[in-house]
Design a protein around this ligand. Structure first.
Ligand code: SAM
Length: 291
């Protein structure tokens, strides 16, 4: 078989590289090697990342890849990959794509068939969870809550009966009102933890029931500064009672309005996963109440 006159260039790889969330020593040896070796670094804020690279004596060129240009500029980075060059993606801090830009570029690169290689490292939510002492076998990350009170409360309502540990990012100027809304929606007894300034000089991890955590933050304005992660224990059915969530009750009530009690309980059990006999008992009580 004849060889092509010019050997086709091996396409490059896109490395998704985590950088520190405060303490520069948290960067990995592999991350440094890759940031040195790639042809180009796509960065959320090139001025911010230039300082990081300078600290480590890395001279790789930077190009902006932030939420406003990511979709349109993707082609530019893909062209470099197509030319056989490796590109690294970084954000201002921590793991790209985690409440940070990069999603569109990663999608575009994968769709075009390029290798996308994770280079793991710091991530605020994982760092906080690893030291929180709250159940870590199952958790959900809710990112940033809506900035306005009504939207925030509505979102919190949606996860009120979520049994897994809840993790949120929050801006310091909203931390107190955010915790107060959590206290209203989840109840003041619910265990929670505020992880602030992780890996930095004023790192603080304070675990308290929500009511006490609110008081603690309100009493000390220093706790309303810096970067923070909030963790809240998942919902637990009240002791001694079997759980019938508000959502299961809502489904049951809708069905009770439309069909005989036994059928409603059976269907609600299928939809919600709650035991049929339990829902049957609850349905009897609810029908009794409405007589
Ligand atoms: N990509 C980052 C990561 O991997 O964690 C998150 C970027 S997001 C734009 C910034 C938010 O992450 C902050 O508002 C805060 O909620 C959280 N965060 C980042 N660094 C932190 C730190 N050192 N301590 C506590 N929270 C931090």
């Amino acid at each position: 078989m004849s060889q092509p006159a010019v050997a086709s260039v091996q396409p490059g790889s896109l490395y998704v590289v985590a950088t520190p969330i405060g303490n520069l020593d948290d960067i990995s040896a592999r991350a440094l090697r890759i940031l040195r070796d790639v042809a180009l670094i796509a960065a959320e804020d090139t001025r911010h990342s230039a300082r990081l690279l300078q600290h480590f004596g890395i001279e790789t060129p930077l190009a902006a890849c932030h939420e406003h240009n990511e979709r349109d500029q993707g082609g530019r980075f893909l062209a470099r990959l197509q030319a056989g060059e490796d590109v690294a993606l970084i954000s201002d801090a921590g793991t790209p794509l985690i409440s940070d830009p990069g999603y569109h570029l990663v999608r575009q690169a994968r769709a075009a068939g390029f290798a996308v290689v994770p280079v793991p490292g710091a991530c605020a939510l994982i760092a906080a969870l690893s030291a929180a002492g709250l159940p870590s076998d199952r958790f959900i990350f809710e990112g940033f809550l809506p900035a306005k009170a009504a939207g925030r409360r509505a979102r919190l309502e949606q996860v009120r009966e979520e049994p897994r540990t809840l993790i949120f990012y929050e801006a310091p100027h909203r931390i107190l009102e955010c915790l107060q809304d959590m206290r209203e929606v989840f109840g003041g007894e619910r265990p929670a933890l505020l992880a602030r300034e992780l890996t930095k000089t004023f790192e603080t991890l304070q675990g308290l029931p929500l009511a006490e955590l609110c008081e603690w933050v309100a009493a000390d304005s220093n706790q309303q500064r810096g970067e923070c992660v909030v963790l809240v224990a998942g919902w637990q059915a009240p002791e001694g009672e079997e759980a019938v969530s508000a959502e299961a009750l809502r489904v049951l009530d809708l069905l009770l309005a439309e069909m005989p009690l036994k059928r409603a309980a059976a269907l609600a059990a299928e939809i919600t996963g709650v035991r049929k006999n339990l829902l049957y008992q609850v349905a009897l009580e609810r029908k009794g109440e409405s007589l």
